[in-house]
Design a protein around this ligand. Structure first.
Ligand code: SF4
Ligand code: SF4
Length: 166
C-alpha cells in the first residue's frame, strides 16, 4: 500500500516536504516556528486571520494551502487552536541542547499533567518515543482546545504529532 493522505489519512514525508506551510529544517533550526501540516485543497482559512503577525497566507481561492512566512512567524502558537483540522504545531528545535519542544492542539479529557511522562505518537498513532509534558495551556481564546507542549529528544520532533498518557 502507498503512503500519504489518499492511502492512510496521514501526510507522507514527501507531501510534507512540498507543503508551503511546513518550514525547512534550516529555518526550524534557527528559531521556533509554526509547522502547518495542511496539504489538501479544502475551503478553509481561519489560520490566516488568527496570526497576529500576518505570517500565514491562504488568499484567493480559499482552497489554497496555507503558506507560512518563516521570517514573520514568532512561534507564538496563537494559530494552533484556531485550526479545525488540528493541523498546526509549533516546534522549538533547540529547546535544550538535546531536546525539542513540540506544541500541539489537544482536545481529549482529562488533560495531561505538567511533568508527566507520556508516549509520543506519530501521525498514524504509532508510538515513536517517550516524552514529558512541559506545559498545558488553556484559554477562553482557545475555546475547548488546549495547547500541550511536549519535551522530547530532538530527533523525533518532526515525527511526533500526538500523545498517549502512560
Ligand atoms: S505561531 Fe504565531 S506567528 Fe507563527 S504563524 Fe502561528 S500565530 Fe503566526
Ligand atoms: S485553519 Fe487549519 S485546516 Fe484550515 S486552512 Fe488553516 S491549517 Fe488548513
Amino acid at each position: 500500500m502507498g503512503t500519504g493522505m489518499r492511502f492512510n489519512g496521514c501526510p507522507s514525508k514527501n507531501e510534507l516536504a512540498s507543503a508551503p506551510g511546513v518550514p525547512s529544517l534550516e529555518d526550524l533550526n534557527r528559531k521556533p516556528l509554526a509547522v502547518i501540516e495542511c496539504i489538501e485543497p479544502i475551503p478553509c482559512n481561519p489560520c490566516e486571520h488568527a496570526c497576529p503577525f500576518q505570517a500565514i497566507t491562504v488568499g484567493d481561492p480559499i482552497t489554497n494551502c496555507p503558506v507560512l512566512d518563516p521570517e514573520k512567524c514568532t512561534g507564538c502558537g496563537t494559530c494552533i487552536a484556531c485550526c479545525p483540522g488540528l493541523a498546526i504545531f509549533v516546534i522549538d528545535m533547540n529547546f535544550t541542547a538535546a531536546t525539542a519542544l513540540v506544541t500541539m492542539p489537544y482536545e481529549l479529557y482529562p488533560l495531561p499533567q505538567e511533568g508527566a511522562e507520556i508516549d509520543c505518537l506519530g501521525r498514524g498513532g504509532n508510538t515513536v518515543a517517550k516524552g514529558r509534558i512541559h506545559t498545558v495551556k488553556t484559554s477562553e481564546k482557545f475555546d475547548k482546545t488546549a495547547l500541550v507542549s511536549i519535551e522530547l529528544s530532538k530527533e523525533f520532533a518532526m515525527d511526533v504529532r500526538n500523545i498517549r498518557m502512560c
